[in-house]
Design a protein around this ligand. Structure first.
Ligand code: HEM
Length: 421
């Protein structure tokens, strides 16, 4: 980062800092902004921004306090910086989707409990051989010796295959899942990129109708261990089909939950190992570090930049008076770079003893439902990569997306160096 940019960041009055600006995530200038917030105002009020007024919570400790205080902080008004209603108004999308990540207890708990068994350890153990086979197949067909985009060839493809497996979705059409996830999160106000909103609406409706068809098929058949079958047969969710926006919302939650996050952890991991070559050395010398490295990569990447809560009551947080109705943003990306918890936090350290203490999966009742699945996929992928390649070498410019919610990586040009001997 240039000295001029650093100077501007240091000179900005605290009250003018606005970390909702999506551009800072595309050009990777977010670190010094958050370092200032953590040091000078860990609970910071931004009175005026294109997404309205909001509080930023930026330290590891305070993020955990918010995420575990469901009495004071609600998810029901929306989990991104814009509220559900605002999202609708600005995107004019007419697709007012609902799902359990944006609900409070008790509705949240009931719906989560129905879907959760699909990603419980026993089911994951059943899935692992298939995930490994699909990962190996991708790696065996990569163009060794050529430069290609790792994001599309590996990160997107592997997550598409995994999602198709989870939903038992028609395998040949798996890339549709990725497309639907992309148009869900690429809302203009989050990305700063214009989008054809009519097309978005039509595409989301297509998604709803494809899943409604799958639902009807699964409901008529004996229960199976895919996510749609579980919802269609679950005592508390089997009527969900009568509320199309709730149904679409939950399907999209699972697609988005399992897509962007894992995809960007895979891409981010390759970037990090290239940025810190001594860690790549460590990994080659000791592949048993992979499970810890996976946690460290998820910390370092932090695929979900923020989650939002809304204060249900007046509450004092970090010495600041938050009022009922205020938006409170937990910046996980900042919490995971908090030097008070992670020394040398901007470095990837694959044997970091407390890597698992990261907040990338959140905390409390909404803690990521798919965290074990994500870790399993990343572990299996890196085990298979190490069997085949000495290095996945980044050989060109990385392209990131302007998005303040998902830490998105669009391009990572790489070349593979096969394993010797
Ligand atoms: C590295 C990968 C992943 C990361 C970083 C991630 C991150 C997150 C975060 C930050 C939350 C909200 C936590 C909170 O509010 O306290 C969340 C919730 C959730 N995630 Fe993930 N996620 C990942 C992978 C997955 C996968 C593979 C699935 C697929 C099933 C998934 C499904 C969900 C669901 C359903 C929720 C909502 C849980 C609730 O509200 O109770 N996630 N995730």
């Amino acid at each position: 980062m240039s000295e001029a940019i650093l100077h501007d960041i240091r000179a900005t009055p605290l009250a003018d800092i606005d970390v909702s600006n999506a551009a800072i995530y595309a050009d990777e200038t977010w670190q010094p902004w958050f370092a200032r917030l953590r040091d000078e105002a860990p609970v910071h009020y931004c009175a005026d921004s294109p997404v309205g007024a909001f509080w930023s919570v930026s330290t590891h400790d305070l993020i955990k306090q918010v995420d575990t205080n469901n009495q004071a902080f609600s998810s029901a008004e929306g989990i991104v910086i814009l509220s559900a209603q605002e999202l609708e108004e600005v995107s004019d999308s007419d697709v007012p989707i609902e799902n359990f990540i944006a609900m409070d207890a008790p509705e949240h708990d009931v719906q989560r409990a129905t879907v959760a068994p699909s990603v419980a350890p026993t089911n994951l153990a059943n899935l692992e051989p298939l995930i490994r086979e699909r990962a190996a197949d991708i790696l065996d067909h990569l163009p060794v010796g050529q430069t290609f985009n790792w994001v599309d060839a590996v990160s997107v493809e592997l997550t598409a295959r995994m999602l198709a497996t989870l939903f038992d979705f028609p395998y040949e059409e798996r890339r549709k899942l990725i497309y639907w996830s992309d148009i869900t999160t690429n809302v203009p106000e989050l990305t700063g990129i214009e989008l054809d909103l009519e097309q978005r609406k039509a595409d989301l409706m297509e998604c709803a109708s494809v899943f409604a068809r799958l639902w009807a098929e699964r409901a008529a058949a004996p229960p199976k261990f895919d996510l749609i079958s579980m919802l269609a047969h679950g005592e508390n969710t089997r009527d969900m089909i009568n509320n199309p926006m709730l149904f679409l919302g939950n399907v999209l939650l699972l697609i988005v939950g399992g897509n962007d996050t894992t995809r960007n952890s895979i891409s981010g991991g390759v970037i990090a190992l290239n940025q810190f070559p001594e860690e790549y050395e460590k990994l080659r010398a000791n592949p048993s570090l992979i499970p810890n490295m996976v946690s460290e990569m998820v910390r370092w990447q932090t695929p979900v930049i923020h989650m939002r809560r809304t204060a249900k009551q007046d509450v004092l947080l970090g010495g600041q008076q938050i009022r009922a109705g205020d938006k409170v943003i937990m910046w996980y990306l900042s919490g995971n770079r908090d030097e008070r918890v992670f020394p040398d936090a901007d470095r990837l350290i694959i044997d970091r003893p407390n890597a698992r203490q990261h907040v990338a999966f959140g905390f409390g009742i909404h803690r990521c439902m798919g965290n074990r699945l994500a870790e399993m996929q990343l572990r299996v992928l890196w085990e298979e990569i190490l069997k085949r390649f000495d290095k996945v070498e980044v050989v060109g410019d990385i392209k990131r997306l302007p998005n303040n919610f998902i830490r998105g990586i669009a391009e990572v040009p790489v070349r593979l160096i096969p394993k010797r001997g």
